[in-house]
Design a protein around this ligand. Structure first.
Ligand code: FE
Length: 341
C-alpha cells in the first residue's frame, strides 16, 4: 500500500464505492404497517429484489402505529405508514404525520377518488362493503340498497359488527356525505331495530353467524368473503351459504374503501418511500392484492383472480374517499346517539 500516492488512494476509494453492490448504495426504507405482515411481506420482498432497497417493517394496530408516529415526531424512523380504510388515512393526515407527495406515476394510476387530493395518502387496494344473504332461506329480491336494511317490514334479520369499527364508521360517513345527518340517523335507527343480535365480532364472524342460522343478512367487506371461500373447510362451508348483493347499483353505487399509505412528514428515505409506493401500484403488485388477499386492484388494467371475477362487475360509489375522513367524527357521534354499540 505504501507505494500508492494519496491521490491514487482517493481514486481507489472512489472506484470501490462505485463498484459497491446495489443494495448498499440503494439504501433502505422503513415502514409502519397496520396490515398483517403476511399480507404485505411477500410484496416487500419482491420490491427489495427488484430495487436493491432494504425494507424494514414494523407491524401493529392502526391506532397504536399512529400514536407511535405522533409521539416519536421528527425522531421517528418511519418513512411510510401503511394502513387500511380512508377513515384511518385521514385521521393520520389530520394528525400531521404525512407529507404531500407528487408523483406522476401515482397520479396516473390511482384514480382521483381513491387518494388525498394533496397527495398525503394514496389508495393501494380497494374493497367493497356488501350485503350477504342466506341462500337457502332468504329471498334477496327485496334487498337491493343499504336503505332496505332499515325497512321496518324486514324484521330482526341482520348481523353486523360494532360501531367502534372504522369500516362501519366509513359506511355511515358516506351516507352522511350523500344524504345528510338526519336521513342517515333515521337509517341507523332502522338498522338497529333490524339486528338479529347485538353487534359483535369481526366481519368473518358475521359470515359464520349467517351460515349458522343466527341471521339471514350480514354486512361485510368483500375480501373476508373471498378469504373464507378459499379458506379452511369450515370457512368454505360457511362462505358457500352466503349470496352476495351489490347494494345501491341503481343509486350512488356500492360503498368502497381502500388500504393505502402515505409518506411520513419526517421521512429520511423519502425517495425510496415514493419508489415503494410506485411499486405497490405496479401491475404485478396490484395483481397480487387481488389474487392473494381478494382485494380489488386500484389500477383498472390489473387482472383479478377467479374468486373476484366470479362476483362480476359492480358499480362503485364514486364519492372521494377523503370525504369519509371529513365526516368520520359526525358518523361516530351519530352512531352513538342512535344506539349502535
Ligand atoms: Fe379488514
Amino acid at each position: 500500500m505504501r507505494n500508492f500516492s494519496p491521490f491514487m488512494l482517493l481514486v481507489l476509494m472512489a472506484l470501490s464505492l462505485a463498484w459497491a453492490p446495489g443494495p448498499a448504495v440503494a439504501g433502505e426504507v422503513n415502514i409502519y404497517s397496520a396490515r398483517q405482515e403476511a399480507l404485505i411481506k411477500p410484496l416487500l420482498d419482491r420490491f427489495s429484489e427488484q430495487s436493491g432497497i432494504k425494507v424494514n417493517l414494523v407491524a401493529g394496530r392502526p391506532e397504536a402505529l399512529l400514536q407511535r408516529l405522533q409521539s416519536e415526531g421528527r425522531n421517528s424512523p418511519a418513512d411510510l405508514l401503511l394502513t387500511v380504510d380512508a377513515g384511518n388515512l385521514n385521521r393520520a393526515m389530520e394528525a400531521g404525520v404525512f407529507q404531500p407527495i407528487s408523483s406522476p406515476v401515482l397520479e396516473a394510476v390511482v384514480p382521483a377518488g381513491l387518494r388525498d387530493p394533496e397527495g398525503h395518502w394514496f389508495g393501494l387496494s380497494k374493497r367493497a362493503r356488501v350485503i350477504l344473504y342466506a341462500k337457502d332461506r332468504f329471498d334477496p329480491a327485496g334487498i337491493s340498497t343499504y336503505a332496505d336494511l332499515a325497512d321496518p317490514a324486514l324484521g330482526k334479520k341482520i348481523c353486523i359488527r360494532s360501531s367502534n369499527n372504522v369500516y362501519n364508521q366509513s359506511l355511515v360517513a358516506s351516507m352522511i356525505a350523500h344524504q345528510g345527518v338526519e336521513a342517515t340517523e333515521a337509517w341507523v335507527r332502522g338498522l338497529m331495530a333490524n339486528l338479529a343480535r347485538p353487534p359483535q365480532g369481526g366481519d368473518r364472524d358475521q359470515i359464520s353467524a349467517l351460515a349458522a342460522g343466527q341471521c339471514d343478512l350480514a354486512v361485510v367487506n368483500t375480501y373476508y368473503l373471498g378469504g373464507m371461500l378459499n379458506g379452511s373447510e369450515a370457512e368454505r362451508t360457511a362462505a358457500a351459504a352466503a349470496g352476495l348483493i351489490w347494494p345501491d347499483q341503481k343509486g350512488h353505487g356500492t360503498h368502497i374503501n381502500v388500504s393505502g399509505a402515505g409518506v411520513t412528514r419526517y421521512a429520511r428515505n423519502r425517495d425510496n418511500a415514493v419508489k415503494l409506493l410506485e411499486f405497490l401500484v405496479s401491475e404485478e403488485a396490484q395483481q397480487w392484492y387481488a389474487e392473494v388477499n381478494y382485494e380489488f386492484p386500484v389500477r383498472a388494467d390489473a387482472p383479478v383472480g377467479e374468486t373476484l371475477a366470479a362476483w362480476g362487475e359492480f358499480k362503485a360509489d364514486e364519492l372521494n374517499l377523503a370525504r369519509l375522513g371529513e365526516y368520520n367524527p359526525a358518523a361516530v357521534r351519530l352512531m352513538d346517539r342512535a344506539g349502535w354499540r
